[in-house]
Structures are given as C-alpha cells and as structure tokens.
Design a protein around this ligand. Structure first.
Ligand SMILES: [Zn+2]
Length: 668
C-alpha cells in the first residue's frame, strides 16, 4: 500500500467520512432513529479505517476509529472534576416527596415548573469536552475527584467523541452509564458458559465493565450513557434545566426521552406513582424518580444544604417484595460438588417475573435468616436477577414449620456431604456423583468449552440414564445407534449431534482446559496454561513450580491443577480424549532468547525495576521466574532487604546477582 506522510488529498475525504459516521452513529445511538442500514454504516467505517491505515497522519483522537485504540492500563488516574458532583437527598415515600415540595414552595413560592427524570440504576460519570472534543471522562468518586476512565468511556457508542454544532471551550456534563437489560442477560450468559462468576445485577455489570483494564472488553459490553445534568458550559447561560437538557441533546448527547417538564406537584405525584408501577416497562433498571425545580434562578434562590441541593430530590421506589409460601428447601449439587440450598416457593410474581425458586446461598444463611420449611416468606427481586428470600414472616407460623439442615448425604449419589472446618460451602465428595457428572459434562460441551452443538442438559441426562455416558471422554465413542435410542432423536438430529461432536475435536487447547472443569481454572487461566505449556501432555508433566511461575497462575490454581492431573480417573479420561482424536496441542508462547532455559528467583526490591518489570525483562529474553529457590534455580536476583530466599540460595551455592549484575546480564 502506498504511504503518504501528510495524508495529502485523502484528508478532506477522511474528515467527510468522520462527519458522516458521527452523524449516523448519532441517529442510531442517540435518536434511536437510524437513516442507513448497518451494512452501509460498516462500509463507511471500513473506508475510513483503510484510509487511516494508509495515511497514519490522518488519525485524530476523535476519529470514530479510535474508540478502542487505547492499550490496557493497570491503574486509573485520579482526575478532579471542574465542578463538584453533588449527591441528591433521597426520600422513600410519596408523602416525603410531597413534604419536600411543600418546603420548596414555602421557600420560593410556586415554581414555574418541575422536571422529572427516571433515576437510572447505573454508574455516575462526568464528561469534559474541550473545544467540542471529548477530553476526559471520569467516575464520580467522592464528587470532587474521580477516576480517569476516558479510554473505556470512548468505547461507548452513545458518547460522541466530537460534539455537534458550535463548540464551547469547556462543556462538562454528567450522566449515568448503564447496561440495557437484554445486554445484561447476554453478558451473563457468556460468563456462565465460560464458567465465570456472574454479575448479580445490571449496575454491577456496568461498573465492572467500565473498570476493565482493557477497553476492548468494555467495548464488547454494549454500555450506554444518558446525560442528566450540565456541570459547566463556558459562555452559555441556561434559564431552565429543561433548556440545558435540550441543548445537551443538540450537542449530540443522549438524554432520557421519558423526562417530563411538569406544571405542579400533583403532576409530579402522578408521574412518580405511574413509574413505581411501570418500572419494568423500560429496557434498563430504574430505582426511582428524580424531581428538580426547572428554573435555574429559582434553583439558585433555594441553594444547597451542606450535602445536597435543596431544589432536587430522588424518590426511591420501594424494593419489590412479595410474600409467598416456602414449600421446601432443597439442595442443588453443582459441578464441583458444592451443595447450595434453595427455596421451592409457591409461584409468585415479583419484579416483573414469576418466581418459583430462590437461592438461599448456604447453610449459615438459612440459619441466620431463620427461614423454615413451611414458612410464609418475603421474596425480593430488587435489581437482582436471582431472586432471594429476605426472611420469614414469623407471625404467620402455625407451629408445623421445620428447620432445615444440610443433608448428610448427597441426594443424587448418596456420598457424604462434607463441610470443611472454616468454610461456608458444603460439598458432595462422591467421585461418581450423577449430579456433578451432568453439570460437568454440560460444562464440557458448553460454548466456552468444547462447544458441542445439540448436546444439551436433557440429552446428557438421557445418555447418563441409559448408561452411555460416564465421563466427557465417552462423548467421543457414542454411536449413532445409541443416539437413536434416545427419545425424540431421529436420523437427522442424531447425525447433527455426531457432526457437532466430531467438530469439537478441533477446539483450541484453552477451550479444552476450560471444558475439563479444573477447579479455579477459568478462561484467563486456561489461556495462560495453554500458551505456556503448548500441549496437554506437557501441562500434565509440569510441576507446581512450573505452574506458579506463569503470569496470573497463583498457588491456588497451581495446586488445583496439580491435584486434577494427578487423579488416575482424570488421566483415564484425558487418555480417552486423546485416543478419540481430540486436539491437545496449542500454540506455545515463544520462549527463545539469551536466557532460554534459565530459572530466576527474585527477592527484595530493585531500584530500577518493579517486580513485574523484572519478571517481564527475564521472560522477554526467554528465561523463567519461579517463586522459590531450589537446586534447579539458576540465579537469585537480590535487591534491597532480601528475604530468606537469599539465605537458601547461599546454602545451595546458587549464583546471586545484585541489581547491577542483573542489568549487565540482561544487557549481554
Ligand atoms: Zn453426589
């Protein structure tokens, strides 16, 4: 491709494309009213990317191609907000809301109007635009200083990198970043498939996604931003809050279309009671209504208390709770054997869904809440997708209620359920527990693992019941005749499943490692193990020392992997997989370099290197860093105030390097 330094005649076209893309992005993400099909948008973006790649000098920070440009950062720098972000006073009933209104009207007489806004249950952020370009985006923090999350915010499509219209020298706006409910469900599905911890509600998901060290992850989370206030707008004087929001919309930022300008408290009251009943009509979580006095002059007249403005109040919806009958407390055995008590409820409609089971977390929780079988219980679903039992209604007890105790044996396999001293989780210890087996095979075949299409829960259950499946290794010796024996299976579905099984043999090593359900090994650890070991065979041979030397593999994961690979039964399963032709090889990370084959131990602190930097310097040259000294250790690098590792190295006669010698070795 021809490169040109100045960009030359491509510059006007790039600017044109940026404008066009910004415009369509605004129509789509802010107005929710796209003018062009996705494919057309993609074509414009493709042209701009190609143009910028050919002429790197054309790339400007506000280009739509730069939304995911920033590299991962370890820490978020503190950033001071131009104007303080106040919090609002809360009230928890409509009576209190009316009392607030009465205070306002006593203070300034009847306000010209009120503005009511849906209170998004998200993460508060502050954006600063300078000369129309996004300069910084930060979390709220303590209201004066937040954390700089600009790179992550730039990935959110409803945040323009460049404002529309005449640019102000400084514009500061605040709003709420949130995750739409449909995206929340999708994110959790993905996490579940990978065997990772789920987000308990959309707000946690938004916060977790915003604080990702890698903006790429944030960009995949489909966050959105709604602006609800202006901090500073250099050179502009608004008469009303609603006028400010209108201007914000004109600049290309998204505001909430459900906001209303209302004449009096009666209307405010009706608005609030309407939304308390209809909070699930929108595709995001709201937890209340914010009411503000619209006129800025009247706001100024009312002023502030020490904590909050007098001209605004947040009415918080009551959490959604219903009472129902607790029919039974049962125990679910997960794939690691964890026995989790859960409530079987008389179905009840709460928080927009019908709930018939609710988690009770663990044995201690049941005791702490004093929930008994047969109780009338309060069930809550406040933001949380997983409903929970808040507690019993003791006044409704008849005396027939029974206390729950963790069963001594597994309901599925009859093995002991054991709860180790000091742990909150009880586990079934049976090696052949059908419940664990179903969960593990299901996990093995799930999308994050071997991704075997057509091998769902029902089919696995049926195959186990027929005696065709004992462990994941058996999947690959299932015959078509066996599949045809299953209820609901015909020629077509059987051959589809066979095909899916065959295809899964080519899955990457990391996915195979995820699929194996090695305790504590999630996707990140699996990727690391695969890249370092390069093959399942090599991984099986690795020592604890080898494992903890890897980035991101701590003692817990290492010990768990060692235990896993030392079980005869597991080795059998792995052999079965290998014999069936399942891929056990991966791309091994390149370890060649001048320090290849050398093992280092670091102790004490170095002047010019952090621990991570020293480790990276060694690894980049092909060496390895382990955590403890043994005869196999090549060098011990000793900095200021070294620990007992130095003594051990001396006693074993291992070469010890001070910082200068270490640097010399790196340089050679
Ligand atoms: Zn069991």
């Amino acid at each position: 491709m021809k490169k040109s330094d100045s960009g030359g005649s491509s510059a006007p076209r790039a600017e044109e494309l940026r404008k066009e893309i910004d415009h369509h992005s605004y129509r789509y993400h802010v107005l929710d009213d796209p003018e062009v099909a996705d494919a057309e948008y993609d074509a414009l973006m493709g042209e701009l990317i190609a143009l910028e790649e050919a002429n790197p000098s054309l790339v400007v920070p506000e280009s739509p191609t730069q939304r995911i440009g920033a590299p991962p950062s370890g820490l978020f720098d503190p950033v001071e907000h131009p104007t303080r972000m106040m919090s609002l006073d809360n009230c928890f009933s409509l009576e209190e809301l009316l009392a607030w209104g009465a205070r306002v009207e006593k203070g300034i007489g009847l306000p010209d109007s009120y503005v009511t806004e849906l209170k998004m249950d998200g993460v508060a952020v502050n954006l600063v635009y300078r000369d129309g370009r996004l300069d910084t985006g930060a979390t709220r923090g303590d209201g004066r200083t937040g954390e700089d999350i600009t790179s992550n915010l730039k990935t959110i499509a409803s945040i323009p990198l460049r404002l529309r219209g005449e640019p102000l020298t400084v514009l500061e706006v605040r709003g709420e970043v949130f995750m739409p409910l449909r995206d929340f469900a999708k994110v959790n599905e993905g996490l579940e498939e990978r065997g990772e911890r789920l987000f308990s509600n959309p707000r946690n998901a938004a916060a977790g996604s915003l604080r990702q060290k890698d903006p790429k992850v944030t960009s995949q989370r489909n966050l959105a931003l709604i602006i609800h206030g202006v901090g500073r707008a250099e050179g502009v004087r608004f008469r009303t809050h609603s006028e400010a929001l209108e201007a914000v919309r004109g600049w290309g930022l998204r505001t909430n279309s459900e906001n209303r300008r209302l004449a009096d408290l009666d209307e405010v009251y009706r608005f609030c009671s309407h939304w308390a009943e209809h909070r699930h009509d929108v595709d995001y979580e709201i937890d209340g209504i914010v009411t503000k006095v619209d006129s800025i002059a009247q706001q100024d007249e009312l002023g502030f208390t020490s904590k909050a403005p007098r001209w605004a109040i947040a009415y918080k919806f009551p959490p959604e709770e219903r009472t129902t009958h607790l029919n039974d407390i049962q125990v679910h055995i997960g794939r690691t054997g964890a026995a989790t008590p859960f409530a079987r409820l008389e179905p009840v409609f709460v928080g927009g869904v019908t709930v018939s089971t609710a988690t009770l977390h663990n044995e201690d929780e049941v005791a702490r809440k004093d929930v008994r079988i047969g109780d009338t219980v309060i069930v809550r679903r406040a933001g949380d997708v997983i409903p929970e039992v808040v507690g019993p209604v003791p006044s409704l007890r008849t005396g027939d209620e029974r206390l729950f105790s963790m069963p001594k044996t597994c309901p599925s396999c009859g093995s002991d359920i054991v709860r180790p001293e000091g742990e909150s989780v009880a586990r079934c210890v049976g090696i052949d527990c059908p419940s664990q087996r179903i969960e593990r095979i299901f996990h093995f075949a799930a999308r994050g693992g071997m991704d075997i299409e057509g091998l769902g829960y029902q089919t696995i259950y049926a195959l186990i019941t027929k005696g065709f499946l004992e462990d994941p290794g058996d999947i690959y010796s299932l015959s078509k005749d066996q599949l045809l024996e299953l209820e609901g299976f015909a020629e077509k579905s059987a051959s589809n499943l066979s095909e899916g099984i065959e295809k899964s043999k080519k899955r990457p090593l990391a996915n195979l490692l995820i699929a194996l359900s090695i305790f504590h090994v999630g996707s990140a650890a699996a990727e690391e193990l695969a890249a370092e070991a390069g093959s399942l065979e090599r991984l099986q041979e690795m020592s604890y020392e080898d494992l903890v030397a890897m980035e991101g593999i701590g003692p817990v994961i290492a010990a768990s992997a060692i235990t896993f690979f030392s079980q005869e039964r597991n080795i059998e399963v792995l052999d079965k997989l290998r014999r069936a032709g399942v891929n056990t090889k991966g791309e091994r990370r390149d370890r060649s370099g001048p320090l290849e084959g050398q093992t280092f131990v670091l102790t004490g602190s170095l002047e010019h290197y952090s621990r991570q930097e020293a480790q990276a310097a060694i690894e980049n040259r092909g060496g390895r860093v382990t955590s403890s000294v043994s005869k196999k250790t090549g060098y011990v690098v000793a900095g200021e105030s070294p620990g007992s590792k130095l003594d051990k190295a001396e006693s074993l006669g291992i070469e010890i390097l001070d910082e200068a010698a270490f640097e010399e070795l790196l340089g050679s």
